[in-house]
Unconditional design. Structure first.
Lengths: 336, 336
DNA sequence: CTGTTAGCGCCTTCAA
DNA sequence: TTGAAGGCGCTAACAG
């Protein structure tokens, strides 16, 4: 391995001078800089980041911890986060938690050991508080994306859940639906709570009475199908909802599958709308009516907030960025 | 920051003993091990990887370098790669190249500096050779996934392009199509060459004569729409193909859009089939007939090959894993 | 503008 | 089974 000592020897300078050159120190004579740079190129020297980090206490490594990169919503967050990170000279370590708190803990520990400079995280739920506090204790800044843990304040970039749910409910009531059900994720996750509360408020605004029977629970992961099927089967036939609001894209897709299993047609028998587009390529074959959140921007802005925290250029006060969603009406709620 | 010295002092042992404990050295008295572990827990000590790497020469960091994480095909590769990496105790650094060789080079340099132990890569094309040789020079092993650079041999996990293209062509000829066009990526990418060659062979096998007019070129990125539109417009109306084979998912989707612009119906006027599913959630709203490659497995196996190389448990000979695709017939080629 | 010294946190090597 | 010395590659702090 080529080190600054090799460069120094060949360029007839001290290692410190080489260090100054690679760090763009201003106090270097132009001629020596050129000489050193020449040798660096000849020997194809690449600075060793580990050694650097040992003294500088920064690794220029950040992490994105999300439930599942293969959820298109998080895919787009990842792309946004990576673009911003690269732009600012940081590398991105990816971690999937599968909504599992233990897996999240495992990651957090690895990341602390690796010495990442910061973490952009969509926590698995309120139980993540312990993991987040570990980061805080180590002075590793983190920023929430999509979800927060209210007990542990930090910068966040989230969607405007209340407004979005209200828009979705209004769309459904405007179509004449009065028996509207919601299939939601676990209440331990901030967005599920927000969406549920907004759902009830929106119903009331439309003069409808929220009914416990119409609020089903499952999780936000890919394999919620069977839970949704049994949840729907538990509803009395004669009171079956005419519209279903799914709290995320996987639930939306699995609701379509569940209704298919139950031999119900969409939208003729039941209309379906969901949060977040299940398609990464949004408009080539649209079916589901969705509230599409600006996932790329969430990742991009989240990473920006994070790196500002890392570099100490952020204000002391916690920042909250709330982004609106776009409601895209498609065939799952309105016949062509 | 808590170091082995802090632990040593509090446990009344030497730092070296602490080091031995955290490395599970066998030659440690059980009682001292327990004592040290106790203090480690009390002080919430986490080993510093940078310092460790400085002597051990390994970082337990690997990288996945792909064109675009937001292409569902690569998303699944990433998920597979990450799962395997985590399982073997490695962390994954993600890099998107956008099929851009300079961006790839920038990444490779960063990764060398970061000191990753290995790279799983879908290179941007034959021009990646220079970047890959840099890795080789630094003794950083890499494994190809999806694509290879023939001039630089290395382990690889790819799809069976010839067999898949032949299956797709057979599907189309069986439906009676004789004017079949292919829209392909750039010839500098191995899979584009393989797919084109297989396309011509498959046509001949079906008794058809390959015609240059029916081989259109574009790129594998998201925004190929305009190129595809103008490419299709250049074909004489009376000789317009009755079926189009798209060389990847983005091309497939953009071909649908292009045909829509040209006011042609799919599949009535033109049938369309493509390589790789554009949906990450495959079967909720199927339209496109696709050759679906096992992307998750490609990432998973690729990471396994890579880590075997890193750990020196791989055979000297280059390994090639070739995985078959599954052809899923849907409405873009066959009316319901 | 350039060089020397010391140390970041850990591990290899040798010695006890 | 344990410890002491030295060094991994780099940079802060000081000196010149």
């Amino acid at each position: 391995m080529v080190t600054i000592y090799d460069i120094a020897k060949k360029a007839n300078v001290s290692p410190m001078t080489v260090s100054r050159v690679i760090n763009n120190s201003p106090s270097i004579k132009e001629s020596t800089r050129l000489k050193v740079e020449q040798v660096i190129r000849e020997l194809e020297y690449v600075p060793n980041k580990q050694a650097r980090s040992l003294t500088s206490k920064e690794t220029r490594l950040v992490s994105l911890v999300i439930p599942d990169i293969s959820n298109p919503f998080f895919t787009n967050i990842a792309r946004g986060a990576e673009d911003k990170a690269l732009q600012l000279g940081y590398q991105l370590i990816l971690g999937n938690t599968d909504e599992n708190q233990d897996k999240e803990e495992k990651y957090v520990k690895m990341l602390m050991s690796t010495g990442v400079d910061g973490v952009l995280i969509a926590p698995t739920g309120d139980g993540s508080a312990a993991n987040l506090k570990k980061l805080t204790k180590r002075r590793i800044p983190f920023v929430y994306v999509d979800r927060t843990v209210p007990a542990v304040p930090a910068d966040s970039v989230t969607g405007d859940n209340p407004a979005t749910i209200k828009g979705l409910v209004q769309h459904l009531t405007a179509l004449g639906h009065t028996r509207i059900a919601m299939i939601n994720g676990p209440g331990s996750i901030s967005i599920a709570r927000e969406r549920e509360q907004a759902f009830e408020e929106a119903l009331k605004l439309s003069g409808l009475t929220p009914q416990p029977m119409y609020t089903l629970g499952t999780h936000f992961k890919k394999d919620s199908l069977s839970e949704i099927v049994s949840g729907l089967q538990a509803i009395p036939k004669q009171a079956f909802p005419t519209a279903i609001l799914a709290a995320n894209n996987f639930i939306g897709v699995n609701t379509l599958r569940a209704l298919h299993e139950l031999q119900l047609r969409v939208p003729e028998d039941v209309a379906v709308a969901c949060f977040d587009d299940p398609d990464i390529i949004p408009d080539y074959n649209p079916f589901l009516t969705v509230a599409s959140q600006p996932a790329y921007d969430m990742g991009f802005l989240g990473m920006q907030l994070l790196i500002e925290r890392i570099q100490g250029t952020a204000p002391i006060a916690t920042r909250r960025i709330v982004l609106p969603a776009e409601i895209i009406v498609r065939r799952s709620t309105v016949r062509e």
